[in-house]
Write a protein that binds this ligand. Structure first.
Ligand code: DCP
Ligand code: MG
Ligand code: MN
Length: 340
């Protein structure tokens, strides 16, 4: 366990409340500070150990000082004991309910609990009604070992009933080594598939069909050619889990693997670095931005790349995650170090 887990947990509770209230800049500020404290490695006994870390401002130093001095943070106690804040957090954890709808349900309709929502489900859009159906189960974290069991099961079923050459891996917080995850993020490819042909996109549809037939997938939120979102269950004694699946052709597998492994904050950092070197990076690939010199050295301090919306250029093919780090000028780090 991290030597500063009490500080990390306390600040995480506040960060999560800002996210559910729809205040992303506060959420990001807390996440940055939490990541800096998490990677410190030594136990904080005095705020001088963190006051000069990047991403930790005076307000954050004051909060850590209060935790060190009193063993707790009054702001956290207020957040955790406020029924309105807690209700908004419960509601936004349900698929299909964002901060705006959650606040309306709490303030205008005086709802507080999942049972309240069930009694007033006519107020919800259809997606949220489906989310509500599994809300009590999906509020539970998925243990690391259970996700490994899902992977073993998926590999076996897909190899037997679809194609033995299909390659399946779990990404998201699980690949970053999380002891528990919020959902299960599965990435699938096939060595003979290519982004030129496109015909292989039928694979995901076939896989979803098979997984529904065997009773693993029990409900669908959204299904497209390369993305699936829904609910699955390994066996009836286990809770229903949120399942995200993505299909990517083999030649663009690594940008997808990198994106889907995250974290979301790490992806933002990496996209900014890519732009500074004249590349645009997204979940579908790495592209040279036309009309921009592709730097093979660090750009001048303060130099900016082309705007984020610049036209996509030639796709750059890569055969590993490390090749992408190299091209955008970042030192390769393993998934557990990609929390920032
Ligand atoms: N992702 C992203 N930006 C987003 C959402 C997702 O870059 N707005 C990427 C990075 C995430 C990955 O997709 O790590 C999977 O998304 P999840 O929402 O499943 O997030 P995690 O798996 O990281 O965390 P959790 O345990 O909450 O599922
Ligand atoms: Mg996830
Ligand atoms: Mn997910």
């Amino acid at each position: 366990m991290n030597p500063n887990h009490r500080i990390i947990d306390t600040l995480t509770h506040i960060a999560d409340s800002y996210r559910s209230q729809g205040v992303p800049y506060k959420y990001k500020a807390y996440r940055t500070a939490i990541d800096a404290i998490r990677s410190l490695g030594t136990q904080i006994t005095d705020v001088s150990q963190i006051s000069s870390l990047p991403g930790i401002g005076k307000a954050m130093v004051d909060k850590v000082r209060e935790i060190l001095a009193t063993g707790a943070l009054q702001q956290e106690k207020d957040v955790m004991s406020d029924p309105i804040t807690q209700a908004i957090q419960t509601f936004t954890s349900i698929h299909g309910i964002g901060p705006v709808l959650a606040k309306k349900l709490v303030h205008e309709n005086a709802l507080r609990t999942i049972d309240d929502l069930e009694a007033s489900s006519h107020l919800l859009p259809p997606q949220a009604r489906l989310g509500l159906k599994y809300a009590k189960d999906t509020a539970l974290r998925v243990p690391y070992d259970e996700i490994e069991d899902h992977l073993t099961y998926l590999k076996k079923v897909v190899a037997k009933l679809v194609d033995p050459m299909l390659q399946i891996c779990v990404c998201g917080s699980h690949r970053r080594g999380g002891a528990t995850s919020g959902d299960i993020d599965v990435l699938i490819t096939h060595p003979s598939s290519s982004s030129d042909s496109g015909s292989e996109y039928v694979f995901l549809h076939v896989i979803v069909g098979v997984l529904r037939d065997v009773g693993y997938i029990i409900d669908v939120l959204a299904e497209g050619t390369s993305k699936f979102m829904g609910y699955s269950r390994l066996n009836p004694s286990l809770p229903v889990r949120r399942l995200d699946m993505r299909w990517m052709p083999y030649d663009v597998f690594f940008p997808a693997l990198l994106y889907f492994t995250g974290s979301d904050m790490f992806n933002i950092t990496m996209r900014v670095e890519a732009l500074r070197r004249g590349y645009s990076l997204n979940e579908y690939g790495l592209y040279e931005i036309p009309g921009y010199e592709h730097l093979h050295h660090a750009p001048a301090k303060g130099a900016e790349g082309p705007p984020a919306g610049a036209a996509k250029g030639k796709r750059v093919f890569v055969d590993s995650e490390k090749a992408i780090f190299d091209l955008v000028g970042m030192t390769y780090v393993q998934p557990p170090q990609r929390s920032k």
